[in-house]
Design a protein around this ligand. Sequence first.
Ligand SMILES: O=C(O)CCC(=O)C(=O)O
Length: 241
Amino acid sequence: MLKEKPTTALSFRTNPEQALRAYHEQGFHIEENIFSDDECAALIEAAKYLENAKNETFRPQMMPHRQDAIYLNALRHPNISRIMNLLVDGTAMGLQTEFFYCKPGTRGFSLHQDNFFVQAPMGVFASAWVALTDTYLEKGGLIVYPGSHKEGLLPVRKLSMSKDSAQDPNANNEETIVPEKYKLLNASVPKGAALFIHGHVVHGSNPNQTNDWRYVLLNTYIRKGESFRAGNYAQREAIEL
Ligand SMILES: O=C(O)CCC(=O)C(=O)O
Protein backbone atom coordinates (compact mmCIF):
# COMPACT_ATOMS: atom_id res chain seq x y z
CA MET A 1 0.00 0.00 0.00
CA LEU A 2 1.32 3.44 -0.88
CA LYS A 3 1.10 5.90 1.96
CA GLU A 4 0.11 9.53 2.26
CA LYS A 5 1.33 12.41 0.10
CA PRO A 6 0.82 10.90 -3.31
CA THR A 7 1.79 13.19 -6.13
CA THR A 8 4.60 15.45 -7.09
CA ALA A 9 4.30 19.14 -6.35
CA LEU A 10 2.97 19.74 -9.87
CA SER A 11 0.62 22.71 -10.07
CA PHE A 12 -1.65 24.02 -12.81
CA ARG A 13 -0.54 27.51 -11.76
CA THR A 14 3.12 27.04 -12.58
CA ASN A 15 3.20 24.05 -14.91
CA PRO A 16 -0.17 23.48 -16.60
CA GLU A 17 1.05 21.24 -19.43
CA GLN A 18 2.87 18.83 -17.11
CA ALA A 19 0.03 18.88 -14.57
CA LEU A 20 -2.48 18.02 -17.30
CA ARG A 21 -0.25 15.23 -18.61
CA ALA A 22 0.04 13.77 -15.08
CA TYR A 23 -3.75 14.02 -14.60
CA HIS A 24 -4.32 12.06 -17.81
CA GLU A 25 -1.78 9.47 -16.63
CA GLN A 26 -2.93 9.16 -12.99
CA GLY A 27 -6.62 10.09 -13.26
CA PHE A 28 -6.36 12.62 -10.44
CA HIS A 29 -4.48 15.75 -9.38
CA ILE A 30 -4.11 17.62 -6.09
CA GLU A 31 -3.95 21.40 -6.40
CA GLU A 32 -3.28 23.37 -3.23
CA ASN A 33 -4.71 26.80 -2.30
CA ILE A 34 -7.95 26.51 -4.27
CA PHE A 35 -9.95 28.09 -1.43
CA SER A 36 -8.53 30.48 1.17
CA ASP A 37 -8.92 29.80 4.90
CA ASP A 38 -11.68 32.43 5.00
CA GLU A 39 -13.53 30.78 2.12
CA CYS A 40 -13.30 27.37 3.83
CA ALA A 41 -14.58 28.87 7.10
CA ALA A 42 -17.50 30.61 5.36
CA LEU A 43 -18.57 27.39 3.57
CA ILE A 44 -18.45 25.45 6.85
CA GLU A 45 -20.40 28.15 8.68
CA ALA A 46 -23.10 28.25 5.96
CA ALA A 47 -23.46 24.45 6.22
CA LYS A 48 -24.88 24.85 9.74
CA TYR A 49 -28.03 26.27 8.13
CA LEU A 50 -28.52 23.59 5.46
CA GLU A 51 -31.39 21.11 5.76
CA ASN A 52 -29.29 18.15 6.94
CA ALA A 53 -27.71 20.18 9.74
CA LYS A 54 -31.05 21.53 10.85
CA ASN A 55 -32.54 18.02 10.97
CA GLU A 56 -29.36 16.86 12.79
CA THR A 57 -28.75 13.84 10.54
CA PHE A 58 -25.58 15.49 9.12
CA ARG A 59 -26.03 13.33 6.05
CA PRO A 60 -24.06 14.82 3.13
CA GLN A 61 -26.15 17.67 1.78
CA MET A 62 -26.93 17.09 -1.86
CA MET A 63 -27.03 20.23 -4.04
CA PRO A 64 -26.45 22.85 -1.31
CA HIS A 65 -26.19 25.49 -4.08
CA ARG A 66 -29.99 25.22 -4.31
CA GLN A 67 -30.23 26.39 -0.69
CA ASP A 68 -27.44 28.99 -0.45
CA ALA A 69 -25.69 30.98 -3.18
CA ILE A 70 -22.34 30.63 -1.38
CA TYR A 71 -22.19 27.07 -2.84
CA LEU A 72 -23.18 28.29 -6.31
CA ASN A 73 -20.28 30.74 -6.13
CA ALA A 74 -18.02 27.91 -4.98
CA LEU A 75 -19.17 25.81 -7.98
CA ARG A 76 -18.24 28.76 -10.21
CA HIS A 77 -14.98 29.52 -8.40
CA PRO A 78 -12.41 30.56 -11.04
CA ASN A 79 -9.63 28.58 -9.30
CA ILE A 80 -11.66 25.44 -10.08
CA SER A 81 -13.26 26.35 -13.42
CA ARG A 82 -9.92 27.35 -14.97
CA ILE A 83 -8.57 23.87 -14.25
CA MET A 84 -11.83 22.10 -15.12
CA ASN A 85 -11.88 23.63 -18.62
CA LEU A 86 -8.53 21.91 -19.18
CA LEU A 87 -9.56 18.60 -17.62
CA VAL A 88 -12.73 18.25 -19.70
CA ASP A 89 -11.03 19.82 -22.73
CA GLY A 90 -13.77 22.35 -23.42
CA THR A 91 -16.13 24.62 -21.57
CA ALA A 92 -16.95 23.10 -18.19
CA MET A 93 -20.51 23.29 -16.87
CA GLY A 94 -21.33 22.69 -13.19
CA LEU A 95 -23.37 19.53 -12.56
CA GLN A 96 -23.51 18.84 -8.84
CA THR A 97 -22.53 20.13 -5.44
CA GLU A 98 -22.49 18.03 -2.25
CA PHE A 99 -21.40 19.13 1.20
CA PHE A 100 -19.94 16.39 3.41
CA TYR A 101 -20.08 16.95 7.18
CA CYS A 102 -18.48 13.58 7.96
CA LYS A 103 -18.91 13.81 11.72
CA PRO A 104 -16.64 11.65 13.92
CA GLY A 105 -17.35 7.97 13.27
CA THR A 106 -18.93 8.43 9.83
CA ARG A 107 -18.36 5.46 7.55
CA GLY A 108 -16.31 5.86 4.37
CA PHE A 109 -17.67 5.94 0.82
CA SER A 110 -17.18 2.54 -0.86
CA LEU A 111 -14.91 2.27 -3.91
CA HIS A 112 -16.61 3.71 -6.97
CA GLN A 113 -16.18 5.58 -10.22
CA ASP A 114 -18.17 8.81 -10.28
CA ASN A 115 -19.23 8.06 -13.82
CA PHE A 116 -21.02 4.92 -12.61
CA PHE A 117 -23.67 7.36 -11.36
CA VAL A 118 -23.42 10.04 -14.05
CA GLN A 119 -23.00 7.97 -17.25
CA ALA A 120 -21.26 10.69 -19.26
CA PRO A 121 -19.01 9.90 -22.23
CA MET A 122 -15.36 9.06 -21.42
CA GLY A 123 -13.12 12.00 -20.53
CA VAL A 124 -15.70 14.80 -20.36
CA PHE A 125 -16.71 14.56 -16.72
CA ALA A 126 -14.62 15.28 -13.60
CA SER A 127 -15.03 16.25 -9.96
CA ALA A 128 -13.30 18.63 -7.56
CA TRP A 129 -13.22 17.25 -4.00
CA VAL A 130 -12.26 20.29 -1.95
CA ALA A 131 -10.99 19.72 1.59
CA LEU A 132 -12.30 22.42 3.93
CA THR A 133 -10.30 20.91 6.81
CA ASP A 134 -7.08 18.89 6.61
CA THR A 135 -7.89 15.32 5.55
CA TYR A 136 -5.75 12.21 5.87
CA LEU A 137 -6.17 8.45 6.30
CA GLU A 138 -7.60 8.48 9.84
CA LYS A 139 -9.70 11.57 9.13
CA GLY A 140 -11.90 10.32 6.30
CA GLY A 141 -9.06 10.61 3.79
CA LEU A 142 -9.68 9.88 0.14
CA ILE A 143 -8.51 6.58 -1.38
CA VAL A 144 -7.50 6.58 -5.06
CA TYR A 145 -6.40 3.88 -7.50
CA PRO A 146 -4.06 5.83 -9.83
CA GLY A 147 -4.40 4.95 -13.49
CA SER A 148 -7.63 2.97 -13.06
CA HIS A 149 -9.58 5.48 -15.19
CA LYS A 150 -7.98 3.91 -18.25
CA GLU A 151 -10.15 0.81 -17.75
CA GLY A 152 -13.36 2.68 -18.52
CA LEU A 153 -16.38 1.60 -16.50
CA LEU A 154 -15.49 -1.39 -14.30
CA PRO A 155 -17.82 -4.06 -12.86
CA VAL A 156 -19.23 -3.68 -9.35
CA ARG A 157 -20.19 -6.11 -6.62
CA LYS A 158 -23.30 -5.54 -4.53
CA LEU A 159 -22.74 -4.85 -0.81
CA SER A 160 -25.21 -5.63 1.92
CA MET A 161 -24.29 -3.19 4.68
CA SER A 162 -26.74 -1.48 6.95
CA LYS A 163 -27.09 2.25 6.16
CA ASP A 164 -25.07 4.85 8.05
CA SER A 165 -27.53 7.71 8.50
CA ALA A 166 -24.65 10.22 8.35
CA GLN A 167 -23.41 8.97 4.98
CA ASP A 168 -24.76 9.47 1.45
CA PRO A 169 -27.58 6.92 0.93
CA ASN A 170 -25.85 5.62 -2.22
CA ALA A 171 -22.36 5.40 -0.67
CA ASN A 172 -22.34 1.73 0.26
CA ASN A 173 -24.75 -0.01 -2.12
CA GLU A 174 -21.95 -1.53 -4.22
CA GLU A 175 -18.19 -1.33 -4.74
CA THR A 176 -16.08 -1.32 -7.88
CA ILE A 177 -14.02 -4.44 -8.55
CA VAL A 178 -10.49 -3.12 -9.13
CA PRO A 179 -8.07 -5.09 -11.32
CA GLU A 180 -5.15 -6.29 -9.19
CA LYS A 181 -2.49 -4.33 -11.06
CA TYR A 182 -3.76 -1.04 -9.58
CA LYS A 183 -2.44 -0.07 -6.15
CA LEU A 184 -4.36 1.74 -3.44
CA LEU A 185 -3.12 5.19 -2.50
CA ASN A 186 -4.24 7.10 0.58
CA ALA A 187 -4.29 10.80 -0.29
CA SER A 188 -3.70 13.49 2.30
CA VAL A 189 -5.45 16.61 1.07
CA PRO A 190 -4.77 19.75 3.10
CA LYS A 191 -7.38 22.39 3.91
CA GLY A 192 -8.18 24.55 0.89
CA ALA A 193 -6.75 22.06 -1.63
CA ALA A 194 -8.78 20.20 -4.25
CA LEU A 195 -8.34 16.64 -5.39
CA PHE A 196 -9.49 16.66 -9.01
CA ILE A 197 -10.98 13.28 -9.94
CA HIS A 198 -11.36 11.84 -13.45
CA GLY A 199 -14.91 10.47 -13.85
CA HIS A 200 -13.54 6.94 -14.32
CA VAL A 201 -10.81 6.79 -11.66
CA VAL A 202 -11.70 4.37 -8.85
CA HIS A 203 -11.83 6.09 -5.48
CA GLY A 204 -13.54 5.99 -2.12
CA SER A 205 -12.92 7.25 1.39
CA ASN A 206 -11.83 6.04 4.81
CA PRO A 207 -14.05 6.33 7.89
CA ASN A 208 -13.52 9.37 10.06
CA GLN A 209 -11.79 7.90 13.11
CA THR A 210 -10.90 11.26 14.66
CA ASN A 211 -12.88 13.44 17.06
CA ASP A 212 -13.06 16.25 14.49
CA TRP A 213 -15.54 16.79 11.68
CA ARG A 214 -14.17 16.30 8.19
CA TYR A 215 -15.76 18.98 6.05
CA VAL A 216 -15.50 18.58 2.27
CA LEU A 217 -17.24 20.22 -0.67
CA LEU A 218 -17.59 18.06 -3.75
CA ASN A 219 -18.33 19.83 -7.06
CA THR A 220 -18.74 17.95 -10.31
CA TYR A 221 -18.46 19.24 -13.89
CA ILE A 222 -19.12 18.16 -17.45
CA ARG A 223 -18.06 19.48 -20.83
CA LYS A 224 -20.78 21.69 -22.31
CA GLY A 225 -23.19 19.82 -24.58
CA GLU A 226 -22.36 16.30 -23.33
CA SER A 227 -24.99 13.84 -22.11
CA PHE A 228 -25.36 12.78 -18.46
CA ARG A 229 -27.79 10.99 -16.17
CA ALA A 230 -29.78 13.40 -14.00
CA GLY A 231 -30.34 10.77 -11.28
CA ASN A 232 -33.34 10.35 -8.99
CA TYR A 233 -31.51 11.43 -5.83
CA ALA A 234 -29.14 14.10 -7.20
CA GLN A 235 -31.39 15.46 -9.97
CA ARG A 236 -28.41 16.97 -11.80
CA GLU A 237 -28.76 19.93 -14.14
CA ALA A 238 -25.94 21.55 -16.12
CA ILE A 239 -25.19 25.07 -14.89
CA GLU A 240 -23.22 27.76 -16.77
CA LEU A 241 -20.16 28.82 -14.78
O1 LIG B 1 -16.06 12.53 0.67
C1 LIG B 1 -16.12 11.31 0.68
O2 LIG B 1 -16.12 10.68 1.71
C2 LIG B 1 -16.17 10.57 -0.63
C3 LIG B 1 -16.98 11.30 -1.64
C4 LIG B 1 -16.84 10.72 -3.00
O3 LIG B 1 -15.93 10.01 -3.32
C5 LIG B 1 -17.85 11.04 -3.99
O4 LIG B 1 -18.91 11.58 -3.63
O5 LIG B 1 -17.61 10.73 -5.18
